[in-house]
Design a protein. Structure first.
Length: 282
């Protein structure tokens, strides 16, 4: 079973979406691609919310995770086992960071096939319709290298991809991994300019990725704003945590505060109680 056969139903859905945005809402084909991208990202919002919550939990427990990695540094197998137990106890799903990305991969390839055969399968029913975008892209189905506007969009794509990676919170990502993700868009840009023999990248595909990246950038900015406004959660008390009064007393003594003076009742001598004499019977 070929890739084209597997993606056939998804291609039909994307084609129907493009035709609906163009014929029903009156959008040009390029703006229909942008609208379709926004619709896809809105459908992926539940997965994105799960991703953000999981990554926030990972960020909160990051010191404990680093401590586990440090403790079992010499035993990688034991380290992975302890990390899996820690994830389960704290309801952390490390794979959730990839949830919004996984569905976008088949959508990207399906849209590529749709735009590749656009002139043969879709455009004949809409002869004379607008294929341009913002007045400087003449044809969104043409190859990126066929017009100078394609290089402009490629530069915007690289910038938006770098920005989306920069603003996306990655709790467990090392500096090396982050550097790789920041460098990948430049490698992909070279691959787009010099594609394999028989392959081509239409401008509409860049519009899809640009819109996706700009959505991700906005999502990252909103997430950072919400995290900065959210008050820090109180520390969880364990059996080894001293009582509040003891903690307050220790903190006061540490600051050099004067110890409280004993009360008058505590300083006063003990009170004597007079006993009644017993009467003797005659």
């Amino acid at each position: 079973m070929t890739l084209l056969t597997i993606l056939g139903p998804l291609e039909d859905v994307l084609t129907a979406g493009l035709e609906w945005f163009h014929s029903s809402l009156g959008l040009s084909w390029a703006w229909a691609v942008v609208a379709l991208t926004l619709a896809v990202r809105m459908l992926l919002v539940p997965l994105t919310v799960r991703q953000i919550h999981s990554m926030q939990r990972m960020q909160e427990h990051l010191p404990e995770m680093k401590e586990i990695q440090k403790r079992y540094k010499a035993d990688r197998r034991k380290q992975n086992e302890e990390l899996m137990k820690f994830y389960k106890e704290n309801q952390i799903n490390p794979a959730s960071s990839c949830l919004p990305i996984i569905p976008q991969i088949p959508i990207f390839f399906a849209l590529y096939f749709v735009l590749r055969d656009f002139d043969k399968e879709i455009y004949p029913d809409y002869r004379g319709s607008d294929l341009g975008w913002l007045g400087f892209v003449p044809d969104m189905t043409a190859d990126i290298t066929s017009h100078w506007s394609g290089y402009v969009l490629l530069a915007v794509y690289v910038a938006s991809q770098v920005a989306s990676t920069w603003f996306m919170p990655m709790a467990t990502q090392s500096k090396a991994q982050r550097a790789i993700f920041l460098f990948l868009p430049f490698v992909f840009a070279i691959f787009i300019i010099n594609p394999p023999v028989g392959a081509s990248f239409p401008v509409g595909l860049l519009l899809y990725w640009m819109t996706t990246n700009l959505w991700t950038v906005g999502q990252g900015l909103v997430t950072r704003g919400l995290r900065s406004k959210t008050p820090a959660a109180p520390a969880k008390r364990s059996s080894r945590t001293p009582p509040k009064a003891a903690r307050d007393g220790e903190s006061a003594n540490d600051r050099g505060a004067i110890a409280p003076t004993p009360t008058a009742a505590a300083a006063a001598p003990p009170r004597r109680v007079k006993r009644k004499k017993k009467r003797t019977r005659r």
